[in-house]
Design a protein around this ligand. Structure first.
Ligand SMILES: *Cc1c(COP(=O)(O)O)cnc(C)c1O
Length: 422
């Protein structure tokens, strides 16, 4: 459930009509709903053991306004770069609620994270373990570490967001886990604290999660028998969300929580979760204006002012996003089949193919739904297009939480070398 709906005939975020925001902010813009972020966080956290750490995956939506909203609810952060670590801190999230994931942490990022005193490093390889050990020893510190184990479970999701099979770059193969923990235990700069797993994203079935968590549970027992102090299990993120209202819904957080509780029963570990999409996807929309309606021989194109540089998911993952007109259609209104496309000079700049929508005219506004996760964070300025602005709504209030760059600001990022001046 989310807090976007028609009010007095206009699609609104909580109490704010989105056409008014379009007038004030210009299009395209992302709009996030605080009440939706809070609701999703609350429902997820209530489904899990009370002492769990819920570390919001900053890569899903790193806007400071969003991070601060969640931080105030008690969320920690799962970061995958030094930049995300600094953003989480800038949003007021305590270092001891931050976990650091990712396959390519640099020594500088490790230094930063150790200096901040983060909760744990999720280490993904033996070379990374050696590097972290060296950095920690040089700083006179010990790094709290889980090893990310690749359980070789197929999450049955889109190939580009599957991470838990032996074909992907993520984690340490399950069969090598004992050896890797043995190596880690000998390193004085490393303090083993637990096990980490993350098998992918937009997972809509509990079975792959359960298979992965069972393997982690068994491994915890084996590692304890080997003498390691396993006190934490980081179970990653990945719970899917409905992108289409009337589709088979993904498992609800309560069912996920019940499964987790059952599978981890008796292990006596603190649990850590890294949800991203579940919290943020349906808490955001991308509002865009129709520029032209172009009738081709085979198709009718709705050309809008947002492009793949603003929202790349359809091009990258073939993802489905529902599209709704901001002006509420009259019941039973005729539908027209459109290809909804952006202005970017790429054939893949397509938000929706053959989509039946009420008839739209140039100047009309539409909202592309489920755009709150992996939307603005992946934006670029391809085609010298300033990425969409971002707005956060809270009840009747709203604020621009990231302004659109002007063309001049965008151009000022480039520098002409001396030898070309004059
Ligand atoms: C991307 C990612 C997440 C978040 O995944 P969602 O599907 O958005 O919940 C969590 N943990 C790690 C390690 C990730 O890479």
């Amino acid at each position: 459930m989310n807090f976007f709906s028609y009010k007095d005939g206009i699609y609104s975020a909580e109490d704010v009509p989105l056409d008014r925001l379009a007038e004030e902010v210009g299009t395209p813009f992302y709009c996030y709903s605080s009440a939706t972020l809070e609701r999703h966080y609350r429902i997820f956290s209530q489904a899990l053991p009370a002492d769990s750490l819920i570390a919001f995956s900053v890569k899903a939506n790193g806007n400071l306004g969003v991070l601060k909203t969640l931080g105030r609810m008690g969320a920690g952060a799962d970061v995958v770069s030094g930049g995300e670590l600094k953003k989480a801190r800038a949003a007021g999230i305590a270092a001891d609620k931050i976990v650091f994931s990712g396959v390519g942490k640099t020594k500088e990022e490790m230094q930063l994270a150790l200096a901040e005193g983060i909760f744990q490093f999720n280490v993904e390889s033996e070379p990374e373990l050696d590097a972290l050990n060296a950095v920690a020893l040089a700083m006179g510190k010990q790094a709290p570490v889980t090893l990310r184990i690749n359980p070789d479970v197929d999450a049955k999701t889109h190939a580009k967001i599957t991470t838990g099979t032996s074909e992907t770059k993520f984690g340490i193969p399950f069969a090598h886990a004992r050896e890797a923990y043995g190596t880690a235990a000998k390193l004085k700069g490393i303090a083993i604290v637990g096990i980490d797993v993350h098998i992918g994203s937009q997972i809509t079935d509990l079975a792959p999660f359960e298979a992965a968590f069972r393997r982690v549970g068994e491994l915890a027992q084996t590692l304890r028998a080997d003498g390691h102090a396993i006190t934490r299990l980081d179970l990653g993120g990945g719970l899917g969300v409905p992108y289409i209202e009337d589709n088979q819904p993904p498992p609800d957080p309560a069912a996920y929580g019940a499964m987790v509780t059952r599978v981890t029963k008796g292990l006596d570990c603190r649990l850590i979760f890294e949800p991203g999409r579940l919290i943020a996807a349906n808490a955001g929309v991308l509002v865009t204006r129709v520029i032209y309606v172009k009738r081709g021989d085979a198709k009718t194109f709705l050309i809008v002012d947002a492009g793949m540089n603003d929202l790349i998911r359809p091009a990258l993952y073939d993802s489905h996003h529902e599209i709704v007109p901001l002006r509420e259609p009259v019941p039973g209104a005729d539908r027209v089949t459109y290809d909804v496309v952006g202005p970017v000079c790429e054939t893949s700049d397509l938000f929706a193919g053959a989509r039946a929508l009420p008839e739209l005219k140039p100047g009309d506004l539409v909202a592309i739904q489920s755009a709150g996760a992996y939307g603005a964070v992946m934006a670029s300025s391809y085609n010298a297009r300033p990425p969409a602005a971002e707005v956060l709504v809270r009840g009747p209030e709203w604020a621009i939480v990231r302004a659109r760059l002007t063309h001049e600001q965008l151009i000022a990022q480039d520098h002409i070398p001396d030898w070309l001046v004059g």
